[in-house]
Design a binder for this molecule. Structure first.
Ligand code: ZN
Ligand code: ZN
Length: 301
């Protein structure tokens, strides 16, 4: 029995009935053991065999398979069951605004609140309403955690999402990704353009900052280590380089070249990022003299 591909709209209409979600849940509880028709009907609790058979037959071939010894979930059915239990298709938890460390990069006040609603984690200034960040976050990351635990989980989770996407693996579906840039930045910070990693399969988008991309370069990392700049001991939104565009300069649109400037005592580090999120040039110099050294991976530049 092959698993036919299904249009997403059809998939949702198939699942619109509670009975069908209950069938998926009952088969999921059986953890791979096949269940016969009457046993399954009992577990789901539908009295009318004809009605039950109708709903079950709508699932067979897509989410449910029927080898000779009974019904069980297909791989797609198991993924769906996991998604349902993770709360992706059920009601969303909320967190009322609660104070977090850090300074608003618009008004400069220490007045930041974090909140969660409509599956969005938001950090914004309660004085001037400036939004520092807004990230799509699955409800299961928030549910069952108090605000401090949710904040810690959110930070760890977003860090790992970016790491995985940057390494070439979609954090949602595992598919291959493309590294690029986007001008769709209206919801975040002061940026006109941001690095963006997009999944070829599920189109999941992961955005990060040019400073965070530049920081991955060994020469830039070395610069920060020499100056004892430890990004990991701060919250992401407390690092000016990540949430402000002060250190950014667009050198060229075509080819795309974004320069990120880091300053530390007595030294300046300039790193240039291209539109596939590679660091193509790093220049470090003392602020007092013209003595500079370059790490240049772009021949002829
Ligand atoms: Zn503010
Ligand atoms: Zn994906």
């Amino acid at each position: 029995m092959s698993e036919e591909s299904l249009d997403p709209a059809d998939a949702f209409s198939l699942l619109g009935e509670d009975v069908r979600l209950n069938i998926i849940a009952a088969l999921d509880e059986a953890t791979g053991e096949p269940i016969g028709f009457s046993e399954l009907q009992d577990r789901v609790g539908v009295e009318d065999s004809g009605q039950f058979n109708y709903h079950l037959s709508q699932l067979v071939g897509h989410f449910v398979t029927k080898p000779d010894d009974g019904y069980r979930l297909t791989a797609a059915g198991e993924r769906l069951a996991r998604a349902v239990s993770a709360g992706l298709y059920t009601d969303s938890p909320e967190l009322s605004p609660f104070g977090v460390d850090g300074t608003c990069n618009s008004c400069g006040l220490e007045a930041l609140d974090a909140a969660y609603a409509d599956e969005q984690f938001v950090i914004a200034c309660r004085e001037c309403d400036h939004q520092m960040l807004e990230v799509d976050v699955p409800p299961s990351l928030i549910r069952g955690r108090d605000p401090e635990e949710a904040l810690a989980a959110f930070e760890k989770w977003s860090f790992e999402q970016v790491e995985q996407a940057y390494a070439g693996i979609c954090p949602t579906c595992g598919g291959p990704v493309n590294h690029g840039i986007t001008e769709d930045t209206a919801d975040v910070l002061p940026f006109d353009v941001l690095p963006e990693i997009v999944c070829e399969v599920c189109h999941r988008r992961v955005r990060t900052s040019f400073a965070a991309i530049a920081r991955r370069d060994p020469a830039v990392n070395d610069f920060h280590e020499r100056h004892f700049v430890d990004y990991r001991s701060k919250h992401y939104w407390e690092v000016d380089d990540f949430v402000s565009d002060d250190g950014l300069e667009l050198l060229s649109e075509s080819p795309f070249r974004m320069q990120v400037t880091f300053t530390a005592s007595g030294e300046i580090c300039e790193a240039v990022v291209n539109d596939t999120l590679n660091v193509v040039r790093v220049e470090i110099r003392h602020t007092a003299d013209e003595d500079a050294y370059k790490v240049d991976s772009e021949p002829g530049q």
